[in-house]
Design a protein around this ligand. Structure first.
Ligand SMILES: Cc1cc2nc3c(=O)[nH]c(=O)nc-3n(C[C@H](O)[C@H](O)[C@H](O)COP(=O)(O)OP(=O)(O)OC[C@H]3O[C@@H](n4cnc5c(N)ncnc54)[C@H](O)[C@@H]3O)c2cc1C
Length: 398
């Protein structure tokens, strides 16, 4: 197999798909390589909330990407509907965060960012969400936040890309290494399913969008990031009609009401390596948290459970940029819990950097060098330990 493209993109999750789309829109040809099928990993498993949870607790670098992407999502959804006929169901149903202890910081952050956020007492909470369990006293309401059907989003992106003459897709093909020529990468080694031999593909630039597996690839060139897999488990229930209107978040656990009556419950944070097994411990912990918010759930049909591997990074700040010392080697990975919301902005920045344009988004915080220097990364500790504590290996951290 030989193939020459302007850019080789490695990994076909939301990040690989959106980078491919934006590169092609700028006139580049792209070969997207995926070791399995398109978007069957984290980008399929995620809940599709188009906002970080407790967004004020994140670094400004995450907020900058989220703000850009949230403003862009309606346009993307509309473009994909026109191009492919697939409705990705971007639904601005609002996000209600119950009994958050840091309300004042939240309100100050929202005012500074220009986001609508209202502090609600119990009257407003129960007027909006009549099925909620009794006893919640305060809420933060963000009416503009919504969710998207992420598997549909990825399907639509693929369908749109497949119409583009400059796009090639190779699935069931794992990148296993890189061919270097001085300080540039002249090709990638690829092992295709059913073939013992390793083939070489050549591109002008190589972009790693391999999610939780990105560090495994960078290791081939002795490059080090903090990206590691963080398992997240979800539950799915079916109601005859949606029991709640908004996304509801309480003590780190959330309910997402799909418009067809499906209700997602998420999610766990587990440092368990690349294990994706669904566990009964997680099911119990998640259903317990969900029933504490929505008692009616106990009697509803349980549809299923799954797990995905988030590309964990310190504080959730992704790695986006060129990988020194190589002249044509790039990364866009490590979006952690927010890969779906951040994806359009991450792809915009990656595309601008790869094509040498003036970036719309300040690239400085996402550079590998900036990550190394950031001694304060870890601010997200309140919400999730970004380093796996020795005792937590394999445990469900709820
Ligand atoms: C339970 C759960 C809930 C979540 N909820 C949300 C949410 O509500 N909102 C939100 O914004 N984010 C959410 N996320 C996070 C989000 O899903 C991820 O951050 C995002 O999907 C990461 O996308 P990605 O493209 O980087 O990685 P992935 O989707 O994992 O894609 C990486 C791809 O690279 C491929 N690959 C790996 N190695 C190789 C190789 N050597 N060669 C070729 N291909 C390779 C993989 O097979 C995979 O298809 C959630 C995640 C989970 C698990």
């Amino acid at each position: 197999m030989t193939q020459n493209s302007d850019v080789i993109v490695v990994g076909a999750g939301i990040n690989g798909l959106l980078v491919s789309r934006m590169l092609i829109a700028s006139g580049a040809s792209v070969t997207l390589i995926e070791k399995q099928e398109v978007a069957k990993e984290s980008s399929w498993a995620g809940g599709g909330i188009v906002s970080p949870l407790y967004p004020w607790r994140y670094d400004a670098a995450v907020t900058a990407l989220a703000n850009w992407a949230q403003a862009f999502y309606p346009q993307l959804a509309e473009e994909l509907l026109i191009e492919t006929g697939i409705d990705v169901q971007l639904h601005a149903c609002g996000l209600l965060m119950l009994d958050a202890p840091d309300q004042q910081q939240a309100l100050a952050w929202a005012a500074a960012q220009g986001h609508v956020m209202l502090a609600w007492g119990c009257d407003s909470i129960y007027k909006k969400e009549t099925a909620l369990a009794a006893g919640f006293e305060s809420g933060l309401w963000m009416p503009q936040v919504g969710h998207i059907r992420n598997p549909r989003l990825c399907r639509a992106l693929l369908a749109s890309l497949q119409k583009q003459p400059g796009f090639s897709l190779i699935t069931q093909a794992a990148v296993t290494g890189f061919i270097t020529s001085g300080l540039s990468i002249s090709g990638v080694r690829v092992k295709t399913a059913g073939e013992a031999e390793v083939v070489h593909l050549h591109g002008g630039a190589i972009v790693i969008t391999a999610g939780a597996w990105s560090q495994q690839l960078l290791e081939k060139l002795s490059l080090q990031t903090a990206i590691q897999p963080v398992k997240g488990q979800m539950l799915l229930y079916k109601f005859p009609k949606p029991p709640i209107e908004s996304i509801i978040l309480n003590q780190g656990k959330y309910l997402i009401p799909r418009q067809d009556g499906h209700l997602l419950v998420g999610s766990t944070l587990e440092y368990a390596g690349f294990d994706k097994t669904s566990t009964s411990t997680a099911r119990q912990a998640l259903s317990h948290s969900a029933v504490a918010m929505l008692p009616a759930l106990e009697k509803m049909e349980f549809v299923g459970q799954w797990a995905g591997l988030r590309p964990g990074s310190a504080g959730g700040v992704p790695y986006i940029g060129r990988l020194e010392p190589y002249s044509n080697f790039y990364i866009n990975a490590g979006q952690f819990r927010n890969g779906l919301v951040l994806a359009p902005a991450s792809a915009r920045l990656t595309t601008d950097i790869v094509l040498g344009g003036k970036p719309e988004i300040d690239p400085a915080p996402y550079d590998l060098g900036a990550h190394r220097q950031d001694k304060s990364a870890g601010f997200e500790e309140k919400q999730v330990s970004t380093q796996a504590p020795a005792s937590s290996s394999g445990s469900v951290m709820t």
